[in-house]
Write a protein that binds this ligand. Structure first.
Ligand SMILES: Nc1ncnc2c1ncn2[C@@H]1O[C@H](COP(=O)(O)OP(=O)(O)O)[C@@H](O)[C@H]1O
Ligand SMILES: [Mg+2]
Length: 442
């Protein structure tokens, strides 16, 4: 875990505010927000004069054991991390019977407020924020925890551009029952940003539900639209399991094909199709590996979210006699060959960075992953020509390249999980109709 000496958002007050009251050794300066469980104040530590945020539980909830547990859990989890992109919890206490939580103060606004104020984000700006939240989530996931409520309102963006994930009250350990923390008046997560399996099987949802929510957050940032807005929860779930959602590019044609694909992959109804980690999601967005270098804004700027096209790649394939051939080309040229249908079925080709190999599946490499991973909903944009990829560049193929022949397209088969979802949706509709019939007959 990284150890920031002092968080950049920790500010010292100049004494502008008259305190509203006192909690512990903190002067309450200003109410910042009315949250789901109580009020959030800006406050000043009377000892060291630093500014903090204090969440005070509403008197309406102090007898609700589930919400109390969540409050304590938020402290337990948020105090153990020391990550620049996670809001730290500093103290937990009770004042006049009301539990309160002291948090590092973020001098900025929630992403939800920013989106409603300024509308959609430019693609690179959006990716820079999501890459920071992805780092925070990676840390949470490494600790075998799931956040379960990733959404724009729970991401605070400081005036210094640093994004911090907050609201860790719903965190759950991977593969451990959830202590019924979801059974409360506050509900679990927000339907628009929740993965479909969180509706159906919240207890067994894994870190991939956070990846879904992170993808949905970027969707909203870049399109200015809430996914599955203005539909009721049942309809939301049904549409989610069918991936029935306008693509990001349909709503904002300025979004690059790569980002459109990466968001749709992260939001796929089938968790097996989503990236397996937040790091992989960022790789999908930037089109290059982040394994060695940590993704920082400079690296993103450099990658400019376009595929690095000039490096030479080596592609190995077997001919009909099982003899291996190796051809080479730039990423741009190889991608174009697949997009134009000169090469088909990426499964048959392995890629490497030298003529001698090692050669690995195309989906290992972020530069080509979008060609090799098929989403549940057919990728309608995948074969369209875009300015981003430029004009086709001839791939350097030796003589034996003539043996690369076009193969018939494999039929798209329904994945078993999709069938499962459709049957599940049918059962839910049937039950709803029966309940409706019984109510009408009374
Ligand atoms: N550490 C903080 N610094 C500054 N503002 C905060 C902080 N924590 C919360 N807020 C403000 O309060 C709002 C609600 O906080 P959140 O932690 O999401 O609470 P809730 O449990 O009510 O969802 C945030 O959107 C933000 O505006
Ligand atoms: Mg919140």
């Amino acid at each position: 875990m990284s150890e920031p000496s002092e968080t950049p958002d920790t500010v010292k007050t100049q004494g502008y505010f008259q305190p509203l009251g006192k909690i512990g050794h903190y002067d309450l300066l200003k109410k910042i927000a009315e949250g789901g469980m109580g009020s959030i104040y800006m406050a000043r530590n009377t000892k060291d004069k630093t500014v903090v945020a204090i969440k005070v539980m509403s008197p309406n909830y102090v007898h609700n054991p589930v919400l109390l547990k969540r409050f304590e859990q938020e402290y337990r989890v948020a105090s153990k991390f020391n990550h620049p992109n996670l809001v730290r919890a500093l103290e937990f206490g009770t004042e006049n019977g009301l539990p309160f939580l002291v948090l590092e103060f973020v001098n900025g606004e929630s992403l939800g407020v920013l989106i409603s104020k300024q509308g959609k984000f430019e693609e690179l700006e959006g990716i820079k924020i999501i890459a920071q939240v992805a780092k925070a989530l990676n840390q949470v996931h490494k600790d075998k925890l799931i956040h379960r409520d990733v959404k724009p309102d729970n991401i605070l963006v400081g005036k210094n551009g640093i994004a911090k994930l907050t609201d860790l009250g719903l965190v759950k350990e991977v593969s451990v029952g959830d202590l019924n923390l979801t059974r409360s008046g506050r509900g679990l997560g927000t339907p628009n940003f929740m993965a479909p399996e969180q509706f159906r099987d919240a207890k067994n949802a894994d870190i991939r539900c956070d990846i879904y929510s992170l993808g949905a957050t970027l969707y909203t940032m870049l399109t200015g639209e809430l996914p599955y807005k203005s539909v009721n929860p049942l309809e939301t779930w049904m549409k989610k399991v069918q991936n029935d959602l306008p693509t990001p590019r349909e709503l904002n044609p300025r979004i690059s094909e790569r980002t459109d694909w990466a968001i749709r992959r992260a939001m796929d109804s089938d968790p097996d199709i989503r990236p397996s980690s937040c790091r992989e999601f960022v790789e999908d967005l930037v089109g290059k590996s982040t394994r060695k270098s940590t993704v920082n804004n400079a690296a993103l700027e450099k990658a400019n979210i376009k595929p690095p096209s000039e490096a030479i790649w080596f592609m190995a394939y077997n001919d009909d006699q099982g003899k291996q051939h190796v051809v080479k080309g730039t990423a741009k040229a190889i991608r174009r060959s697949f997009k134009d249908g000169i090469l088909e079925d990426p499964i048959k080709y392995k890629l490497g960075k030298s003529a001698e190999g090692p050669f690995e599946d195309m989906k290992i490499f972020p530069e080509f992953r979008d060609l090799a991973v098929h989403l549940t909903k057919p990728n309608t944009n995948a074969n369209s020509k875009t300015k981003q990829d430029g004009e086709p560049t001839p791939i350097t193929i030796p003589d034996e390249s003539s043996k690369i022949t076009k193969e018939p397209k494999r039929p798209q088969t329904e994945t078993p999980s999709k069938i499962y979802y459709v049957v599940g949706a049918g059962v839910v509709i049937a039950i709803s109709l029966i309940i409706y019939a019984v109510i009408s007959l009374r």
